[in-house]
Design a protein around this ligand. Structure first.
Ligand code: 4NP
Length: 160
């Protein structure tokens, strides 16, 4: 069997956006029957929340869409991730710049903005929902869902 494609989602704290992206994309991959061929993980550019479960608002919003992310635990980005992952996908420009700095020094996979895979290209960043209300978490999932479909299409065309 060929080596699986490894996808890493990156945000700031790894408790709101990137675990949501991990959960949504894992479901998209599972629904397509591709679990053995695509592996998914997430991390934060800070270690403030390392070891923590996702934010309860993110867990609830995902659960409303039949996606379970409560078992995930936050971890901090490591420069070695640029070697282990085939796709390193940042939620916003701030976090993209952070991982790109590591990439300039260490090489490996060139990080990209996750929403560059969305078919609708009017929004570039997944906005940080941490200091807002529940609506923000719904918006995050809508944007992630759209980009996940595009990412799967891209991986299928490119690799599978
Ligand atoms: P995330 O959201 O980057 O999507 O996980 C945040 C989580 C925590 C904080 C900021 C954003 N914080 O400031 O603690």
């Amino acid at each position: 069997m060929t080596k699986p494609i490894n996808v890493l989602f990156v945000c700031l704290g790894n408790i709101c956006r990137s675990p949501s992206a991990q959960g949504v994309f894992e479901k998209v991959v599972a629904d397509a029957g591709l679990c053995d061929q695509i592996q998914v993980d997430s991390c934060g550019t800070t270690g403030f929340h390392s070891g923590s479960s996702p934010d309860p608002r993110a867990v609830s919003a995902a659960a409303r869409r039949n996606i379970t992310i409560g078992g995930l635990r936050a971890r901090e980005f490591d420069v070695g991730d640029l070697k282990s992952f085939d796709y390193v996908l940042a939620m916003d420009t701030q976090n993209l710049l952070f991982v790109k700095e590591a990439w300039h020094l260490a090489g490996g996979t060139q990080p990209e903005l996750f929403l560059s895979y969305a078919a609708k290209n009017d929004v570039e960043e997944v906005p940080d929902p941490y200091y807002g209300g529940d609506q923000g978490f719904e918006k995050v999932l809508d944007l992630i869902d759209e980009a996940s479909q595009g990412l799967l299409r891209h991986i299928r065309e490119r690799h599978l």
